[in-house]
Design a protein around this ligand. Structure first.
Ligand code: HAM
Length: 420
């Protein structure tokens, strides 16, 4: 039996790769405007990093990690998300000593053992941004605004930015207690996972997707009612700066996001047409994460967005995506002497930056022109015995079918000038 790709993984075929590079390049360009620099961390990390960072009570850590022992028996995990790894690298390389604020972005694969469906993969590609070193609420607004600029630059229009504040270590215990007091009488009705969440971290009950838990989840106490004065003032400022920056948002009082490290602001960007997997991106503050990972107190915030989900949203909203815009010029040769003549000419043209192709099967003129059509060639160079004898070639415009004979010595200059 033929071997196929692993369930939940996806081959990105050449027709699709331009979409991926387009999304990545747009992210690089927009994030650059805000001073973000690229960081690349390993695809696997010590399992402990995610247990501590992402949090043991999360679905990601408790059910979805690809964890394995290496040959020396060390537990390693394919990264399910970027944030703990970026904070680890920030602490390990003391980036905080180099500048008071570190703005970092990353692009790469993440791995989660989830049930695959449209927009949900076991290997997805995430574009993420993390900003470490500041508590300023204006920065929360800047990060959300950068995310919005990114998606609007892509052409997405129908999306909603949801925001909430889930407090800090001062006010969170009070909120947790209120949640437990509310949930206690419903414990019998809650699903098995939520019963565990009740003890470990009752906020995680609010991520539950099980049908029977929904009536209970929909009526939980909300975090903004329990914020301490500092968190309340911070949230007010975040909203104020969002308004200054003209970012339209909706308050989502039960948005807690499925990761344990969040403090204060959390946000998500949703696209309704995507159905169940409607979040194209999300993030928030994690002012306690650096300490949880053994570093000094370092506030931080950021977000992540999945390329596959973004591509799906763009497709659903029928937003034109960039097509291959640099088709090769095809060299059609008739007869062995013309072919042998063309080979070094093609090499020279490529060296000057002109994309060139030749059909190595060397069929008839018709089949070589078909080959050129399939490649989407806009121009074809035809070289037969007659042309070779007169040191000329025919340049054919594939759109208009116009042909002209030019000296071979002019070929490079003509192609360079030609709009490709
Ligand atoms: P997250 O919400 O788990 O957050 O993931 C961020 C984005 O990655 C999602 O909104 C979605 O677009 C995409 N994504 C996640 N899981 C999948 C999947 N299984 N298949 C396809 N796409 C997926 C985080 O990962 C945080 N690290 C974000 C963050 C950065 N918070 C602060 N800084």
């Amino acid at each position: 039996m033929a071997i196929t790709a692993v369930r939940g993984t996806k081959d990105v075929l050449p027709l699709e790769t331009p979409i991926y590079t387009y999304l990545e390049n747009t992210a690089r360009q927009i994030f650059g405007l805000y001073g973000y620099e690229e960081i690349r961390t390993p695809i696997f990390e010590q399992t402990e990093l995610f247990k501590r960072g992402t949090g043991e009570a999360t679905d990601i850590v408790s059910k979805e990690m690809y964890t394995f022992l290496d040959r020396k028996g060390r537990s390693l995990t394919l990264r399910p998300e970027g944030t703990p790894a970026i904070v680890r690298a920030y602490l390990e390389h003391k980036l905080g000593m180099q500048s008071p604020i570190s703005k970092l972005f990353y692009i790469g694969p993440m791995f989660r053992y989830e049930r695959p469906q449209a927009g949900r993969l076991r290997q997805h590609t995430q574009i993420g941004a993390e900003c470490l070193g500041s508590l300023a609420p204006s920065l929360d607004a800047e990060v959300i605004s950068m995310f919005r600029q990114f998606v609007t630059t892509l052409g997405l229009t129908k999306f909603t930015v949801l925001i909430n504040s889930i407090g800090c270590q001062v006010c969170r215990p009070g909120y947790r207690e209120a949640l437990r007091n509310y949930l206690r009488p419903h414990l019998e009705t809650l699903c098995v996972d939520c019963k565990l969440r009740f003890d470990r971290n009752p906020l995680r009950v609010m991520d539950c997707k099980v049908e029977s838990c929904q009536p209970i989840v929909l009526k939980t106490p909300i975090s903004i009612d329990y914020l301490c004065d500092n968190c309340r003032a911070h949230f007010e400022e975040v909203k104020k700066y969002l308004e200054i920056l003209n970012v339209t948002y909706q308050l989502a009082p039960r948005l807690v996001r499925g990761l344990d490290y969040y403090t204060r602001t959390v946000f998500e960007c949703q696209v309704e047409s995507l159905g169940a997997q409607n979040a194209i991106g999300g993030g928030g503050r994690y002012d306690e994460l650096a300490e949880i990972l053994g570093g000094p107190e370092t506030p931080g915030l950021g977000f992540g967005t999945g390329i596959e989900r973004l591509a799906l949203a763009l497709e659903l909203q029928k937003i034109p995506l960039p097509v291959k815009n640099n088709p090769a010029v095809v060299f059609v040769t008739l007869g062995k002497p013309a072919f042998d003549y063309a080979i070094p000419v093609i090499a020279e043209l490529r060296n000057s930056g002109i994309p060139m192709q030749i059909d190595y099967r060397q069929g008839s003129m018709k089949s070589q022109l078909n080959f050129a059509n399939r490649l989407g060639a806009k121009q074809v160079v035809i070289l037969g015995e007659t042309e070779l004898n007169s040191q000329s070639c025919i340049l054919k415009d594939m759109t208009t079918s116009e042909q002209k004979t030019i000296p071979l010595s002019n070929l490079k200059a003509t192609l360079t000038k030609a709009p490709i």
